[in-house]
Design a protein around this ligand. Structure first.
Ligand code: DON
Length: 319
C-alpha cells in the first residue's frame, strides 16, 4: 500500500547511496560523445564539449557531487521556471494561467508556429514565448528594476550571487532575431505586458546568468524543500505554489520531448541549451547535471542520461 511505497522510496536516499549513484552516473556517461554544442548562439559553440558535472542536493542542503561541478555556464532556459515562480509570487497562479498559459506545445522551444496556432499565444512560461511574457509581467518600474528583481530571485533560489556572463549576453542579443520576432508577435496579440525590446533584453540577460551544477542543484533543492532555500533558510516561493510550478515542469520542461522525458525519467525537470538540467524529487532532493552537447530539441544528452539513470537506480520516479 501507500506506506510500503513511501518506505521503498526512502530506501535510495541513504547518504552512501546518493554519493555512489552520482559517481556511477558520472563514470557511466563521461566518455559519451553524442550530440553537439548548440551554435545558434555562437558563443555556446566555444564551451569545452567534454565538460560533465553531476550533483544531488538534498532538501536540507547536503551535496553529492562528481565531475566539473564548479564550471560556470549560462543557465539559459533552466531560468524559466524560476522566473515563472516570481510571477506566481507577485500575482498568484491564476494570473500565470490567464496571462501566459500552461499548455505544453509539443513544439520546439522557439516555435513561432505555436504562437499562431494556440489562442493563448504564449502557451506556457517554459517555452521562449511564455518566458518572455513572464519577464514582461514582473511588476517593475524600469528596465533596470525588472532585471534587478529577476536576478535577485534567481540568486535567492541558488543561495548565492550569480554573475552575468557578458560574452554570452552579447552573443545572444546580437543574434536574437527569432526571440525578437516572438516578442513583437506577442505584443501584437496583447500577450506581452511591457515594451517588447525591453522584455527581450531582460530575458536575454536572464538566460546569460552564470551557474554551476551545484547552483542548479540548490535551485532545484529549494523546490524540493517546498520553496525554502536549504542553504539560506529564505522562503523564495510560497509552498502553496510549488505544486503548480512542478506540474509545469512535468508537462513542458523538455519542449517537444516532454512526453518522452516524463515517460522515461518520471520527474519534473527543466533543461537549458547551455547544457544544464535540473530535476526535482518533490519533498526529497534535486538532481542536476551539466554537459554542453545537446540533441535536436536542445536538451543535453549526457545530463539527461545521468539524471534518468539516477532516478531509475533510486526508484524515485513519481509514477
Ligand atoms: O532564447 C533562447 O533561445 C535561449 N536563451 C534559451 C533556449 C534554451 O535554453 C532552450 N533549451 N533547451
Amino acid at each position: 500500500g501507500a506506506t510500503q511505497l513511501a518506505e521503498s522510496r526512502q530506501v535510495g536516499t541513504d547518504k552512501l547511496d546518493l554519493q555512489n549513484v552520482v559517481d556511477v552516473a558520472y563514470s557511466k556517461y563521461k566518455d559519451l560523445q553524442d550530440g553537439a554544442n548548440a551554435d545558434y548562439i555562437p558563443i555556446l559553440a566555444t564551451v569545452p564539449s567534454d565538460l560533465f558535472g553531476v550533483v544531488i542536493a538534498t532538501k536540507d542542503g547536503q551535496l553529492f557531487t562528481a565531475g566539473d561541478i564548479d564550471y560556470k555556464f549560462s543557465i539559459q532556459s533552466v531560468s524559466k521556471p524560476f522566473t515563472a515562480a516570481l510571477v506566481m509570487q507577485q500575482m498568484g497562479p491564476q494570473a500565470l494561467l490567464d496571462k501566459i498559459g500552461v499548455e505544453p506545445t509539443g513544439l520546439p522551444f522557439n516555435s513561432k508556429m505555436a504562437l499562431e496556432l494556440y489562442e493563448q499565444r504564449s502557451a506556457n512560461p517554459l517555452v521562449n514565448a511564455g518566458a518572455i511574457a513572464a519577464v514582461s509581467l514582473i511588476q517593475a518600474e524600469s528596465e533596470s528594476d525588472r532585471w534587478a528583481q529577476i536576478k535577485e530571485n534567481l540568486e535567492n533560489f541558488a543561495g548565492t550571487e550569480l554573475p552575468l556572463l557578458d560574452e554570452v549576453y552579447q552573443s545572444e542579443y546580437e543574434t536574437a532575431w527569432s526571440n525578437r520576432a516572438i516578442a513583437n508577435l506577442l505584443y501584437n496579440y496583447n500577450r506581452l505586458y511591457s515594451d517588447p525590446e525591453q522584455a527581450l533584453r531582460v530575458y536575454t540577460q536572464q538566460c546569460s546568468l552564470g551557474v554551476n551544477t551545484k547552483d542548479l542543484a540548490i535551485m532545484g533543492a529549494t523546490l524540493a524543500n517546498a520553496g525554502t532555500n536549504p542553504l539560506t533558510g529564505k522562503l523564495v516561493l510560497n509552498s502553496r505554489h510549488v505544486p503548480e510550478l512542478l506540474a509545469l515542469m512535468a508537462t513542458a520542461g523538455f519542449y517537444d520531448e516532454s512526453g518522452a522525458w516524463m515517460y522515461s525519467a518520471g520527474l519534473p525537470a527543466k533543461t537549458g541549451v547551455g547544457g544544464g538540467i535540473v530535476a526535482i524529487v518533490p519533498g526529497q532532493f534535486a538532481i542536476a547535471a551539466f554537459s554542453p552537447r545537446v540533441n535536436q530539441a536542445g536538451n543535453s544528452i549526457k545530463a539527461m542520461k545521468a539524471i534518468r539513470f539516477i532516478a531509475g537506480e533510486l526508484g524515485v520516479g513519481l509514477y
